[in-house]
Design a protein around this ligand. Structure first.
Ligand code: OOB
Length: 586
């Protein structure tokens, strides 16, 4: 038990930590203590609604305690890593608070992740346990767990919500609560979050109790979340946005109610908003579009909804303008990152600012630098690279010294990879991105990761993955592929299937595959992704223009259905691992 952390993640220098404590940002709270306090203050108030199940604060507190005792009895303890991959079910919170209490670190996987990603998270973090549902969205997680576990002796426990199969039922490990001898302190790590990333494999983001709880408190204040709020968790619960902006944890911090939404389609979400009197929720831009259209059609009473947060990817001004008139609630744009910094438009901002900017930071001590390629600060109002440092922004990834040297400046600023400009009000406008990443409706795809998988195909000589504009998702992925000399021609679907069968999340499977003879190169001999993207845009314009195209029907480029996404992030209407959606395309 209590495996040592291989290479400790860099943390805040003492003078910063002291400053953040003195300013009242870090108040010495922990998640375990926070839940205990709330359960003591209002035991009978409802904390979690999951379908017909309603857990009070006392219920959640007791379940977390019983699970904590069960985990300890199995030898899982402080500092141990536990990969948690659960859909939006109440047990997610029991598990996570149990881990928080004993100081074991949840590693937050998304439900869409598959064997390659899960095996990597388990191996890289030397996880001792993996928590899963039995079957979710038609996918049997138990079979995946058996395969992953066969290769990883350190992974001793697979805990299943529901029918455990050959593994252990989560419910069976519960024990009578025990007195904890060594609970984590507020400055210690609470969990590891996944970075959207732009590198071959995802990086892990170490967050402490103190820093994360500060971001919750700040978010609650900005979004007016209080004990009477009802937060609908429409996106996957493990993602940083629905977890903390202000999210489920913000709601629980406020003593409010969390309603879990099994999928974010308007029919399901709107029915819950009406039934549960939801006051606030957060979605990615494609969902905001779908919700706006559905709200226009009517049929549900959405009058309880006060605030819709939209973030994760750029929300277009036109779409932003439609939210309040159609859904009847306030819009808050949120531009955040799991590494830390979160910006919100404020509820009392002028409407123009709300619809044209991505907000300003939570904290007066969030430091913002906007710089050129040489890290030189630009004049006020200029567009450049966003660097940031502050009381809830990490100083380094977990166990990744080489990445840290690239992703952080020497004085501790995080290189966000976002290109922004700052308005006189301090609000940021996201103008683009300088990282090799595709933002597929809020889901981040690291180009290099997908390229590496395509390169494993025996017929492939080289691959370059870039974003293509899409009316619904904002961006989709396009893989440009050069085949080996003499290799037999392939169909795009063969590449897509190959990537899928390597066990990758559905949203990373390229939406579109183009075979080419060569790539455009930059002066220094690197593949010019700028030129590749330009070629796509030119191709789009040539193919009768994409203006006014319905979601997903960008001519000639997108070969998957637009509104039906295979990931669960944006909303799925069928099993995530169904057969190739585009088996007949190309
Ligand atoms: C959120 O977190 P991540 O870690 O999945 O992704 C962060 C990246 C940002 O660096 C930026 O590139 C992009 O997602 N992004 C936006 C955006 N919000 C996030 N780009 C343009 N406009 C926006 N409003 O995505 C996340 C974390 C907490 C709250 C909200 C989103």
């Amino acid at each position: 038990m209590s495996a040592p952390i291989p290479v400790p993640a860099p943390t805040w220098p003492t003078e910063f930590a002291e400053r953040y404590r003195a300013a009242g940002y870090w108040r010495g709270e922990t998640f375990g203590g926070m839940l205990r306090e709330r359960a003591g203050a209002h035991p009978d108030r409802i904390a979690i609604v999951d379908g017909d199940r309603r857990w009070s604060y006392a219920d959640l507190d007791e379940r977390a305690d019983r699970l904590a005792a069960g985990l300890l009895a199995r030898g899982i303890g402080k500092g141990d890593r536990v990969v948690v991959q659960l859909p939006n079910v109440a047990e997610f919170f029991a598990v996570v608070f149990a881990l928080f209490r004993i100081g074991a670190l949840p590693v937050f996987a998304l439900p869409a992740h598959r064997e390659t990603e899960i095996a990597y998270f388990c191996a890289f973090t030397e996880a001792v346990a993996y928590v899963i549902p039995d079957v979710s969205e038609g996918f049997d997680h138990r079979a995946l767990a058996s395969r992953v576990r066969a290769d990883l002796p350190a992974l001793k426990h697979v805990l299943v919500v529901g029918d455990p199969g050959e593994h252990t039922a989560l419910a069976d490990i519960e024990r009578d609560p025990v007195q904890l001898t060594d609970p984590p302190g507020p400055g210690e790590l609470a969990f590891l979050q996944l970075s959207g990333g732009s590198t071959g494999v995802p990086k892990l983001i170490p967050r402490t109790h103190d820093d994360y709880i500060y971001s919750l408190r700040g978010s609650n204040e900005i979004c007016a979340v209080d004990a009477d709020s009802v937060y609908l968790c429409a996106l996957p619960a493990a993602h940083n946005f629905p977890l903390s902006s202000p999210g489920t944890l913000g709601a629980l911090y406020a003593g409010a109610r969390v309603v879990l939404c099994p999928r974010p389609t308007p029919d399901v979400a709107f029915a819950l908003i009406e039934r549960e009197g939801v006051t606030i929720t957060g979605v990615v831009p494609p969902l905001a579009l779908a919700w706006t259209e559905a709200a226009e059609r009517g049929g549900f009473d959405l009058s309880s909804l006060r605030v819709l947060l939209v973030g994760g990817a750029k929300f277009s001004e036109e779409a932003a303008r439609r939210v309040t008139p159609t859904i009847g609630c306030a819009l808050q744009q949120v531009f955040g990152m799991a590494e830390g910094l979160v910006n919100y438009t404020r509820l009392d901002d002028p409407n123009e600012l709300i619809v044209t900017s991505q907000g300003r930071p939570i904290s007066p001590d969030d430091e913002i630098r906007i710089v050129d390629d040489a890290d030189t600060e630009l004049p006020e109002g200029a567009t450049g690279h966003l660097l940031t440092r502050g009381p809830y922004t990490i100083r380094g990834y977990w166990n990744a010294p080489e990445h840290n040297a690239r992703s952080f400046t020497e004085d501790g600023f995080y290189r966000t990879g976002d290109v922004v400009r700052r308005l006189p009000s301090g609000h940021l406008v996201v103008e683009g991105r300088a990282k090799d990443q595709i933002n597929r409706g809020g889901e981040k795809v690291a180009a290099e990761e997908v390229e590496n998988h395509i390169l494993a195909h025996p017929s492939v000589h080289d691959a370059a993955v870039v974003a293509v504009p899409d009316a619904y998702l904002g961006e989709r992925t396009c893989a440009y592929v050069i085949l080996r000399t003499g290799a037999a021609p392939l169909k795009p679907v063969a590449i897509r299937r190959f990537v899928r069968e390597r066990g990758l999340a559905g949203y990373k499977v390229p939406d579109h595959v183009e075979f080419v003879e060569t790539f455009p190169y930059t002066g220094v001999g690197k593949v010019s992704k700028k030129d590749l993207r330009a070629a796509i845009v030119a191709g789009l314009a040539g193919a009768a223009g994409s203006a006014g195209a319905a979601p997903g029907d960008s001519p000639g480029v997108v070969d998957t259905p637009g509104v039906v996404d295979s990931t669960g992030f944006v909303g799925s209407t069928g099993p995530a691992d169904s057969a190739e959606p585009d088996g007949t395309a190309h």
